[in-house]
Design a protein around this ligand. Structure first.
Ligand code: ZN
Length: 108
């Protein structure tokens, strides 16, 4: 099944409440920011049991999204935190990229 950006939260995985200023997970994608789209064009929540299997794919989509937005570094998403548990360690690839960028500019 195709994985697409959640249309409800536009890939953020959360909302900020206009009234309270508090953020809460997007109900449509369970805070992942991405959903399955079936052959009929219907979007479905990605079940938690699939997160680890899709981690690389979701991460690639996320990096693409960040490039589109023109920046790196953002609050960690819930799915990132869960996926990292017990897998490849908790290193944040976006933090790493930002550090490298900083180092380069310092060397200049
Ligand atoms: Zn969503």
């Amino acid at each position: 099944m195709e994985i697409v950006r959640c249309v409800s939260c536009d890939g953020f995985g959360w909302y900020e409440d206009d009234f309270t200023g508090e953020s809460s997970d997007c109900d449509w994608c369970a805070g992942i920011g991405y959903v399955y789209r079936d052959a009929n064009g219907i979007d479905h929540k990605i079940p938690e049991r699939d997160w680890a299997r899709l981690a690389d794919q979701l991460e690639a989509l996320e990096q693409e999204r960040m490039r589109e937005m023109g920046y790196q570094g953002e609050a960690k998403k819930p799915w990132e935190q869960h996926i990292r548990e017990g897998t490849q360690g908790g290193q944040n690839p976006y933090e790493k990229g930002r550090d490298e960028k900083t180092d380069t500019s310092q060397n200049d």
